[in-house]
Design a protein around this ligand. Structure first.
Ligand code: DPP
Ligand code: ZN
Length: 878
């Protein structure tokens, strides 16, 4: 594959004014007629050919202004269509007929069928699988789309924009015409046709317009879209309140689809969703599923302004819409739920997904400079670090100026395909600041390290804080210049009070209230006039996405874990103590029986968990130990996953035994008699109770009480929590086997719940789990055709089963590699995504490292590998 570079960007030679399409859907084939209103761009070469993109297309006919073209005037391959001799000036119409087979489309890009439903996925480059086109985000046009289909097979016909016409065609066929007046790029095109149910509602916008809302599902499941509808209306209201953004069309439709590569897609006025992010009820969905639906509904809706009304000039600018929209959906969840708990969740995710990416061979800047396959850049770096960069702009500017900058962005670039430079310039103007150094966050890859040291001077009653930043060179070979780090902090007194102290800065930083902005390599801040030594609470709310190395005494951390008014940092004090203890323990030689955690740390954890003054969701977070992969990341090299697992398990048992009475009380607090409501507070209580149950099981090692809990569960959250404890702690026990069989019988008709059943077994932390996974790969309900199912079995095995995937004999690696090579022929995008689990190969002990490398090389040498998978394995090996 060829490398595409940001530096090579240039505009098209032709301007697109409008698109008129007719799609005739038949069983086994679809005919697509596309009429493009085009004009040579003023200043473009008079003899330049029109070069259109295609992908596996067959050209049926081509005409200019109604005249069929002679073969000499064009050159068509499945991947391109080049047309010469086009008018030097003035508008002309190019009509193209293609024929496609959605039934054979297993890549799920372009037009395909899912359970009989015709649907599309065009981002990033799927539209070229429907028709030849200038398939790039800076080519914007209004679209008019006519769909024709058999009425019985597809009574529902949907596309972007507003419905304008529909009617009968005879012979059992009918049609509908949709008109989207807003200029949009082709990646936002969508068509859906099928026999669907709908849940309907309306939304009254801030200017008093009524929008018709529809959520379409497979037959009989529309009532399971009620929560998604509620989340949609709350999202629409929030965007008006918080950003002044009103919805712009008369209708907004969402369609839930079973086979979908992504979570969802923000097509203009017609969002297409993986049904996992729409369909819910308490019996089939967990609290995490509810939160996921709320987040994804909000995210895709918010794209209407950040992504659709203002789109990206090219795919290098992907974070312009994704980072910003993740920031917006995180803010929405923080406002709708509990801010600190949401922030803890976002930071956990950032550290679990983005930090390893940024610290390994797949490293790339938030705005990449080159790619071979754009599908491989829908990454945690673009999304989550991209959101952190927006959050830092908000922190640096303050709420009022940040909002001014957003308003300016919407006003100045509405209807355009914009760049990061455009975006940043709005905040420079709104805040009257120079953000040129800050913009390095978009260009330099890697996680900066922030090193903090403290010195208390008892004579002078001064506390000196020294800050240093550094950035290690990484795989992306971008710069290592100092960045702008907004560091929120507080000085905490012995009773938890916030100390006010005059601070003096020396070196590369400035002080602005509770914010230190470090823009040099180092600085010191000296706080004077203190009566006694304060505890330094630094990087509050994780105000910059850095690795913090704060050489802080354990006693100080324990104090902050108890006292800090910033609850995020209270959590982080404990989390640092836990991961510090666990990493140290994992470094000790096998057979060393010293406890993983200090008694004082365990006591602090139990004190927080049992503190009734604190939000139960927060206490649930406190009880969630750092994951094994996170410990492995912090170890950095020579990782033995079995050792890491043993250390974490030991810690869990120690905590469980010491907190037995607390956990018994907490686990009993949420019995099956509590009716289910999906709100955040109730979810928090369930999270706390289920965390407590897991510790009880670790301490008592008795499956009976967990099995009882499984049987009496009144909702999926509690049921799957109990099942996970049985399956992961008591594998192959009668209790576990019975519960797994029961779960299967209960839910075998529900694909989404079956995914949970597959994933739960795939993540059981035992070497023998591989045998179960191999068996499940042959289960009649396993299929490579459904991305959710593949992710549930193969994806979660590779990503979330540190013990079995990393079996010392390499059998886990071989299993995954074999599946990936087979999957690559069906759906390369999903294969490439799962393959990223190999990227950390260099961090393992010698035996596993060699086997991982060998497996990667074998995949790389496979004949006919897709560009997607080839790109990931090649870069991983570099
Ligand atoms: N649909 C994906 C998202 O919303 C890609 N745009 O992030
Ligand atoms: Zn998005």
């Amino acid at each position: 594959g060829q490398t595409v570079r940001l530096a090579d960007y240039r505009r098209t030679d032709f301007v697109l004014r409008g698109v008129d399409m007719t799609l005739k859907l038949f069983e086994g084939r679809t005919e697509v007629l596309t009429r493009l209103s085009l004009e040579r761009r003023p200043g473009a070469p008079a003899n330049a050919a029109l070069e259109l993109d295609g992908d596996e297309l067959i050209l049926e006919s081509i005409a200019v202004d109604g005249a069929i073209l002679e073969p000499g005037r064009y050159d068509a391959t499945p991947e391109s269509l080049s047309v010469t001799g086009l008018p030097e000036t003035g508008p002309f119409e190019l009509a193209i007929e293609t024929r496609i087979a959605p039934e054979d489309n297993t890549k799920l890009m372009g037009l395909y069928r899912s359970n009989g439903i015709w649907c599309t996925q065009c981002e990033a480059e799927g539209f070229r699988r429907i028709t030849y086109f200038l398939d790039r985000p800076d080519v914007l046009a209004p679209y008019r789309v006519r769909i024709e289909a058999d009425r019985a097979a597809a009574p529902v016909l949907l596309s972007n924009g507003n419905p304008v016409e529909s009617g009968d065609l005879g012979d059992g066929r009918h049609f509908a015409v949709w008109d989207d007046p807003f200029n949009k790029p082709s990646y936002l095109f969508a068509v859906v046709a099928g026999d669907l149910d709908a849940l309907r509602d309306t939304f009254l916008t801030m200017s008093g317009r009524t929008v018709e809302l529809g959520i379409y599902t497979e037959k009989g499941r529309a009532r399971q879209a009620a929560y998604a509808m509620d989340a949609l209306k709350r999202s629409m209201a929030w965007d008006e309140r918080r950003f002044g953004r009103e919805y712009d069309l008369d209708v907004f439709n969402v369609v839930a689809i079973a086979d979908f590569n992504m979570g969802a897609m923000e097509n203009k006025g017609l969002n297409v969703f993986n049904h996992k992010y729409v369909l819910l009820d308490p019996d089939i969905a967990t609290d995490a599923d509810y939160a996921g639906v709320e987040t994804v509904i909000a995210h895709e809706y918010f794209h209407n302004w950040t992504g659709n009304r203002i789109t990206c000039r090219d795919w290098f600018q992907l974070c312009l819409k994704e980072g910003l929209t993740v920031y917006r959906d995180q803010e929405f969840s923080a406002d709708e739920r509990e801010r600190t708990v949401q922030r803890i969740g976002s930071v956990r995710r950032l550290k679990a997904h983005q930090f390893p990416e940024d610290q390994g061979p797949l490293q790339h800047p938030v705005r990449p400079g080159e790619y071979r396959e754009i599908n491989n850049f829908y990454t945690a770096t673009v999304y989550d670090k991209g959101a952190e960069v927006v959050r830092m702009i908000a922190t640096l500017l303050g709420e009022a100026d940040f909002r001014k900058g957003m308003d300016l962005y919407f006003e100045r670039h509405d209807g355009e395909a914009a760049t990061i430079e455009d975006f940043v310039a709005c905040f420079e103007q709104a805040g009257a600041v120079d953000l040129s150094q800050f913009a390095l966050w978009y260009a330099q890859a890697g996680t900066p390290t922030l090193t903090v040291t403290e010195a208390w001077d008892p004579q002078e009653r001064r506390h000196t804080v020294r800050l240093r930043q550094s950035l290690a060179p990484g795989a992306a070979r971008t710069g290592t210049e100092p960045m702008v780090l907004p560091i929120r902090f507080g000085l905490v007194g012995g009773n938890g009070e916030e100390r006010r102290a005059e601070g003096r800065v020396a070196g590369g930083a400035r002080l602005d209230g509770d914010l230190i902005v470090l823009d040099g390599r180092e600085a010191t801040v000296t706080f004077a006039g203190l009566s006694d030594r304060p505890y330094l609470s630094v990087l509050r709310d994780f105000s910059a996405p850095v690795t913090l190395e704060h050489d802080q005494a354990e006693a100080d951390r324990l104090a902050l874990a108890r006292l800090d008014r910033n609850l995020f940092n209270r959590w982080r004090a404990l989390d640092d103590l836990l991961s510090g203890g666990l990493t140290r323990a994992a470094r000790r030689p096998l057979g060393d029986t010293a406890p993983s955690l200090d008694g004082a740390v365990v006591d602090a954890l139990l004190a927080s968990a049992g503190d009734e003054e604190l939000d139960p969701a927060f206490r649930g977070q406190v009880l969630t130990l750092p994951g094994e992969a996170e410990i492995a990341r912090q170890l950095g090299e020579g990782v033995d996953p079995d050792r890491v697992h043993a250390v974490v398990e030991d810690a869990r048992a120690v905590i469980g035994r010491k907190g037995l009475s607390t956990f018994a009380r907490l686990a009993a607090a949420e019995g099956s008699d509590v009716p289910f409501t999906p709100d955040a507070a109730s979810a928090g209580r369930r999270a706390l109770a289920n965390a407590a149950l897991a510790y009880l099981a670790a301490a008592r090692n008795d499956p009976a009480e967990v099995a009882a809990r499984y049987r009496s569960a009144g909702n999926m959250t509690d049921r799957i929590a109990a099942l996970a404890i049985l399956g992961h702690r008591f594998p192959q026990s009668d209790a576990s086997e019975e519960a797994l069989a029961d779960f299967y019988r209960r839910y075998e008709t529900d694909e989404l719940v079956l995914d949970k059943w597959f994933a739960l077994q795939a993540t059981a932390p035992f070497h023998d789990a591989l045998a179960a996974v191999e068996r499940l790969a042959g289960h009649p309900r396993f299929t490579m055709r459904n991305p959710n199912r593949v992710r549930a079995l193969v994806g979660s095995f590779a990503a979330s089963n540190q013990v079995a995937f990393h079996r010392p004999d390499g059998a886990g690696y071989r299993f995954v590699a074999e599946k990936l090579v087979a999957l690559d022929r069906i759906n390369p995008q999903i294969a490439a995504r799962i393959a990223t689990t190999f990227r950390a190969w260099r961090s393992f002990e010698a035996g596993r490292r060699a086997k991982l490398e060998e497996t990667l090389r074998q995949i790389a040498e496979t004949k006919g590998l897709s560009k997607d998978l080839g790109d990931i394995v090649d870069r991983s090996l570099k």
